[in-house]
Design a protein around this ligand. Structure first.
Ligand SMILES: [Ca+2]
Ligand SMILES: [Ca+2]
Ligand SMILES: [Ca+2]
Ligand SMILES: [Ca+2]
Length: 202
């Protein structure tokens, strides 16, 4: 109200002041509730977005690692495919039994966590293993031994994600199906990254 303006006496009464004070109080109370609701909504939205973000990051990691694992498995398969004389495979690999372990797309060929002679493929002086896991290759003659010219090759890769989540069944990364590892109950080591195929002599 302007200075010097006329104020009707009833506006100065205690009753009016009380009504005004109540109105202000009510308005303030209502605003606080609104603010709390808005903050709660904002928190809910942010939490939702965070969940989506974490989900996307996990999916990204899984698909990147799956690509690495499949690449590593394919590489091992090519090694077998490139044999001119299949009789030599039994000299270089375990056939009909023990798994042939390999570091999927990594340099640690003997899986001992140490950079040994001949392992530093990219020559940077350190052991590069992009996947925290191990691959197992199983080779068995498909034709009648001893002159097998067809081999069945099964390659399974198991690894652990950054958050510790395990992909593939070989929990202890030893290439052997141990008690409690056969999650899908099919009697063999399984993984989303696996190849089973027949290879014939060229
Ligand atoms: Ca090594
Ligand atoms: Ca290296
Ligand atoms: Ca195992
Ligand atoms: Ca299995």
């Amino acid at each position: 109200m302007k200075k010097g303006a006329f104020t009707p006496p009833f506006l100065k009464s205690g009753l009016v002041r009380e009504i005004r004070a109540k109105a202000v109080k009510r308005r303030a109370g209502f605003t606080l509730v609104e603010l709390m609701v808005a903050v709660a909504l904002l928190v809910a939205v942010l939490l939702g977005l965070l969940g989506v973000f974490i989900g996307c990051a996990n999916l990204n990691e899984t698909s990147r690692n799956l690509t690495i694992a499949m690449y590593g498995a394919q590489e091992q398969l090519e090694v077998i495919r490139n044999y001119d004389d299949f009789d030599m495979i039994a000299n270089d690999f375990f056939v009909n039994g023990s798994p042939n372990l390999f570091d999927p797309a990594g340099e640690d060929d003997d899986l001992d966590g140490v950079l040994d002679a001949g392992e530093d493929d990219n020559g940077n002086g350190v052991l590069d293993s992009p996947l925290n896991g191990a691959g197992a290759m199983f080779i068995s003659p498909f034709g009648a031994p001893p002159d097998a010219d067809i081999y069945q090759v099964r390659i399974v890769v198991t690894w652990f994600q950054k958050g510790g989540r395990q992909i593939g069944e070989d929990t202890d990364l030893d290439g052997i199906l141990d008690a409690g590892e056969d999650d899908n109950n099919d009697g063999v080591l399984s993984s989303p990254a696996q190849i089973t195929t027949l290879v014939t002599e060229r």
